[in-house]
Ligand binder design. Structure first.
Ligand code: TXA
Ligand code: MG
Length: 356
């Protein structure tokens, strides 16, 4: 068990709690008292507050600098808690719950009027809900026994936090506590889905893949919901810049990996002429071929799980090392690669170069 740096509710001073039970109790008490506490989940760290308490939820938006029209995901420890704030669950939704909870799947469900702070839902008639699969999160949520609103615990627009120190970097002094449960196992956020008639819309790709969803619901038509898709449900968060490092990130894809390497190395030479510090995010097998100031290994190309675990930390390392220009190999389609493509595309503000 790591030492757990926490900020006390009363003093805002750092202190250390080294017993898991003690710190979970502390954090749960703080949340019930209307404080904001960051805690680990299997995807990324969340910044939690009592979802029924508008003052507490307002502190989440203030600490993150999050636009008020971007609703928050609500976290619970057990399905029994759903009834207190959700109108109902249909057959497909129940099948998804049975199959994927606890886990990295967020369902958009109809919310009961006045059951949650209107800030959580940003005025929508639906709410995003999940049961996370992390022992610390589950213990905390069970002890609070209230629905806990928890967006990723980063400053809005920055890479999400996969370690407690990332939360500290972004939110230290702005929130009331952090519980440190080590590095997040999945590393990218939950998949956000909405069932509409015979369609299952993926509003945000994440830890559960479309292939897994299709296997669970063979009769469903699955569609990735795009901002340009006028009939599809929207995730308000999708329109905002996200996950961005300070340096300029460019994604590169091509018919062959040699072509991609040649392009990136040429760009690195150019950038260095202008005195810029360069970095490349590359799959393990391609790493030796790059000539940037820093080359970050994001795992084997056929192992997107590794890439997901590394991505946000690597983007933060680029910032810590004052990198001006970053190039990344654009991941292939399918499976967990989709979540990586989505996060990288946003982090790069859509700067994608296709050489093929
Ligand atoms: O893995 C995760 O989901 C993490 C951990 C902490 O659980 N949480 C997370 O929350 O990523 P956040 O707030 O950073 O992202 C929530 C996303 C946003 O894109 C938001 O727009 C969307 O879910 N969302 C929330 N409620 C919604 C709703 N009622 N309808 C459509 N989209 C919604
Ligand atoms: Mg987020």
């Amino acid at each position: 068990m790591w030492k757990i740096p926490t900020l006390s509710l009363q003093t805002q001073q750092a202190f250390v709690v080294d017993e898991l039970r003690e710190y979970v109790s502390d954090a749960s008490e703080m949340i019930c008292d209307g404080a904001t506490v960051a805690f680990p989940t299997e995807t990324v760290y969340g910044l939690g507050a009592d979802a029924r308490n508008s003052d507490a939820v307002a502190q989440i938006f203030a600490a993150k600098g999050r636009p008020a029209d971007n609703p928050l995901i609500v976290h619970i420890a057990s399905q029994e808690q759903l009834g207190s704030f959700v109108m109902g669950v249909n057959e497909w939704e129940q099948q998804l719950i049975d199959q994927f909870w606890p886990g990295p799947l967020t369902l958009i469900l109809p919310v009961k009027a006045d059951a949650l702070s209107p800030l959580v839902t940003a005025g929508l008639t639906t709410v995003g809900v999940r049961i996370p699969e992390h022992p610390v999160a589950l213990a905390l949520l069970a002890e609070c026994n209230v629905p806990v609103a928890a967006p990723s615990a980063n400053r809005s627009g920055k890479p999400s936090p996969t370690q407690a120190k990332h939360v500290w970097e972004d939110l230290h002094g702005r929130i009331n506590g952090i519980v440190d449960g080590g590095a997040a196992n999945v590393g990218v956020e939950s998949t956000v889905v909405e069932v509409v008639d015979d369609m299952l819309y993926i509003l945000r790709p994440g830890g559960i893949t479309s292939e897994q969803l299709q296997a669970a619901l063979p009769q469903a038509k699955i569609r990735f919901s795009k901002q340009s898709d006028k009939d599809a449900p929207k995730s308000p968060g999708v329109k905002y810049a996200h996950y961005a490092p300070n340096g300029q990130l460019q994604l590169v894809t091509g018919a062959t990996s040699e072509e991609v390497v040649a392009f990136i190395n040429k760009s690195v030479v150019q950038a260095r002429k202008h005195g810029e510090k360069t970095a490349v995010l590359a799959y393990s097998e391609m790493l030796p071929f790059y000539k940037a100031d820093r080359c970050f290994d994001i795992g084997a190309r056929n192992n997107p799980e590794q890439g997901a675990q590394q991505l946000y930390d690597v983007l933060r390392q680029c910032d810590a090392q004052g990198i001006d220009r970053i190039w990344a190999e654009y991941p292939p389609e399918g499976g967990l690669h989709e979540a990586l493509r989505n996060r990288l595309f946003k982090a790069a503000a859509a700067h994608l170069i296709d050489l093929s």
